[in-house]
Design a binder for this molecule. Structure first.
Ligand SMILES: Nc1ncnc2c1ncn2[C@@H]1O[C@H](COP(=O)(O)OP(=O)(O)OP(=O)(O)O)[C@@H](O)[C@H]1O
Ligand SMILES: [Mg+2]
Length: 314
């Protein structure tokens, strides 16, 4: 008997943005034919459950509103999703924990993909990317999709845009992008940017000749894509090579895309950073959901997991 496919995991903090992640995750789970798991991490309640349902005795709290019931609120979100997708298996879990990021990283071990809102309940603090999203993106054991805006209903062909830097570590990101494109029956736009002074190492060096430079870089992109084109002949591929800053180009193209996929790391020199500079920047600036894929499909463990603890807050 085949094991059930791994579920799509969504971190739900009951903010409006995390509900956008719920919508993304539900659509993804339908496409994948797997379950949707909505996980809310909440500190163990300081009050006995019998007091929490205290609508009859509001005076017990003075002016402080009675604590809300996370279970009931999460279940209401689950009910909304079941209503929208009657055939979808939706599991709602409230997991006790004081560090949402660490808990969600652990939960990601058994997920095929984890979806989070770009912001959460702390959105008024003005950061562009919340601390839980940042830490989970860095340390999750599955690809992470960060959702910032409601899905567009006006863009007809929401291609999957994927950044290709010619490095081996971008192969899992390319695979994820091709699989997503096939599931959604859309094409892929593979984006490779270059600058005369930061050439791809495998490209030949033609400093005075931008046309040769572009041809070299196009060859780098084509080489990265060759195996995938064979494996996914049904996916239309456009190669977009530009002599431009990678972040600016990916952000620009994300405005017409359904999903932007990047590897967690590229060819950059700061090997100790968990996320490369392009990945970190597009998470903050892209106009569509961003998927971050780690080189082996998982994220670093050990010391780095401690970062999730330090970074995590609700
Ligand atoms: N307690 C939680 N349980 C489950 N998911 C969570 C929890 N907290 C955050 N998330 C997930 O992470 C996303 C981003 O929230 P995050 O906490 O990072 O942003 P924030 O609240 O705006 O910022 P911060 O908490 O750093 O001030 C949410 O949309 C949600 O998907
Ligand atoms: Mg938060």
């Amino acid at each position: 008997m085949n094991a059930a496919p791994a579920p799509v995991l969504v971190g739900l903090d009951l903010s409006a943005t995390s509900e956008l992640a719920v919508d993304w995750g539900a659509a993804e789970a339908v496409l994948r034919g797997c379950a949707l798991e909505l996980v809310h991490v909440a500190p163990p309640t300081p009050l006995p459950a019998v007091v929490v349902t205290d609508a009859d005795h509001p005076a017990a709290y003075g002016d402080i509103p009675p604590p809300t019931l996370p279970h009931a609120r999460c279940e209401a979100v689950g009910t909304r999703v079941r209503h929208a997708h009657p055939s979808l298996d939706v599991v709602v879990r409230v997991v006790p924990g004081s560090d949402p990021a660490r808990t969600l990283v652990e939960e990601s071990r058994h997920a095929c993909v984890a979806a989070l809102g770009a912001r959460g309940l702390g959105a008024l603090r003005g950061m562009v990317l919340g601390s839980v999203s940042k830490a989970v993106t860095e340390h999750a054991h599955a690809p992470v999709v960060v959702v910032r805006h409601a899905a567009s209903t006006t863009i007809p062909d929401q291609r999957v845009v994927v950044g290709v830097d010619g490095s081996e570590v971008s192969a899992p990101a390319l695979r994820f992008a091709f699989e997503e494109a096939r599931r959604r029956r859309v094409g892929i736009t593979a984006v490779h940017t270059w600058q005369p002074d930061i050439r791809t190492p495998s490209a030949e060096w033609w400093p005075e000749d931008p046309i040769r430079g572009e041809m070299d870089e196009r060859a780098v992109a084509s080489e990265s894509l060759a195996g995938f084109r064979e494996e996914f002949p049904d996916v239309d591929v456009r190669v977009h090579v530009a002599q431009r800053d990678a972040i600016a180009e990916l952000v620009k193209l994300s405005s017409g895309a359904g999903l932007l996929v990047v590897g967690s790391r590229g060819r950059g020199p700061v090997a100790s950073a968990v996320l490369g500079s392009v990945s970190a920047a597009v998470l903050r600036k892209a106009h569509c959901p961003v998927a971050v894929v780690h080189p082996d499909g998982t994220a670093p463990t050990g010391d780095s997991a401690g970062t999730a603890t330090r970074a995590g807050s609700a």
